[in-house]
Design a protein around this ligand. Sequence first.
Ligand SMILES: CC(=O)SCCNC(=O)CCNC(=O)[C@H](O)C(C)(C)COP(=O)(O)OP(=O)(O)OC[C@H]1O[C@@H](n2cnc3c(N)ncnc32)[C@H](O)[C@@H]1OP(=O)(O)O
Ligand SMILES: O=CC(=O)O
Ligand SMILES: [Mg+2]
Length: 501
Amino acid sequence: MLNHRIEVVGDADPVVLTPEALDFLAQLDREFAGRRADLLAARRHRREDPAPLGFLEETRHIRNADWSVAGHVAGLEDRRVEITGPPTRKMTVNALNSGAKVWLADFEDATAPTWENVIGGQRNLLDAVTGKLDFTENGKRYAVGEEPATIVARPRGWHLVEKHLVSDGRPIAAALVDFGLFLFHAGREKPFFYLPKLENHLEARLWNDVFVRAQEILGIPRGTIRATVLIETITAAFEMDEILYELREHCAGLNAGRWDYLFSVLKNFPDQPLPERARLTMTVPFMRAYTELLVSTCHRRGAHAIGGMAAFIPSKDPEANAVAFDKVRQDKEREAADGFDGSWVAHPGLVPVCREVFDDVLGGWPHQLGRLREDVRVTAAELLDFSSAGDEVTEPGLRNNIAVTVRYLDAWLDGTGAVAIFGLMEDAATAEISRCQVWQWLRRGLFTLELVEKILDEELLGLTHADAVRELFTDVALGEALPPFITPRAYAHHLTRVAVG
Ligand SMILES: CC(=O)SCCNC(=O)CCNC(=O)[C@H](O)C(C)(C)COP(=O)(O)OP(=O)(O)OC[C@H]1O[C@@H](n2cnc3c(N)ncnc32)[C@H](O)[C@@H]1OP(=O)(O)O
Ligand SMILES: O=CC(=O)O
Ligand SMILES: [Mg+2]
């Protein structure tokens, strides 16, 4: 089907993919595809010829000057508990009714971007805001309640494309699709976004320009959109001020996306010894430096600082459940004490514990922007102090990394982007850590390829897509080079499977 400049390759939901919505995406694509390509090329150049990391000399004046971001608006003032999850029909209702202040409706880490998930997710969000999300499943009625969470949509990152929307024979940027469709349909009243996986302030500038133009096209007053940027790459950690500055007329805050941050550290420092995943906690010095810098940078600029995801989820086993709740409580207590204004949970059952912790610290206030954390002085050396995290690596740790990656990929190929594995929430970011560690440990000679392949054989047993998962795992974890992301590879597999039928 040909519609304006955008060809829809697949089923076209007439409510979401209206000619006007496609026209809007076509305009965004026409104006911003080139700059996106340039920024991705810059990422590639940096990867091939890495420069030492440090705070930028050329933007020192921005760091030293006094300025503030636009800050919060109604619906985003109080963010003490934010629940995250993919916008499937049931999760949409459950997240909106969870008691959290905000729901991060996720098209990135928690969504396998099948066409059905991408368009179905937009439809669910639209139905939710127009009061049409009301259905019965397995005898249980699902309907959005009286005080739903504020929806903040997280579009996919700049690195992904949407192959079902094609312009001049070229798939368009997935980020523009998710952003554009949400803004066009469900997000006009409350156009709130989380921006994932930015690597530097120029990528933030691109988002700001997209916002300015999108508001202009749709007749939304400039400065209405609010974005919260995930600081989840080691390069972005050196440009927090600059990212806030670029987005200042649309920015509400920063979030400490710890899992992708660890992934980024592994990817950028492939020869750096680090301990296995379970020991890479938020209390290792380089992670402390990152979160302390994030809170102090945000509060100096009037931006919310939002904490990250403790991956523990409720369990039916009472003992495991008690441990999970205890771990989550400790994590949220540390964040609240550090000055974060709120934090993330992965499951409705964890909303109360996060709320209790922040209620205690916030008292009657909706946030703690007044805590400027002027005591914090984080140096580049502290952000890069990886050696004090230790380096313990064990064979059970290797098996865990392999098992998590293959089980996650198996679920992903079935269209599920977040899944519970061994009592933890696993998503694209956590799976990236696991496969990177396998690749890195092979490179460092800590384990033999024979051992890895033997464990792989064992862990593939019983998986639905064992052959495809083996191929993918070999590609992303056992090759000479480390592919920058898993999901574009998994996406290609998914599309091939769909095409072959
Ligand atoms: C690194 C990062 O980016 S973190 C952010 C991205 N990751 C995420 O958002 C993951 C979010 N969490 C999830 O997807 C889920 O909690 C999972 C997959 C980990 C576990 O889900 P399940 O196995 O369904 O958990 P469980 O069986 O305990 O669910 C109980 C109920 O809670 C609902 N539920 C669980 N998690 C969520 C959630 N995050 N949002 C809304 N509802 C949820 C389930 O739908 C289920 O509802 P029902 O009783 O009506 O059937
Ligand atoms: O998106 C969040 C993360 O931790 O990654
Ligand atoms: Mg992430």
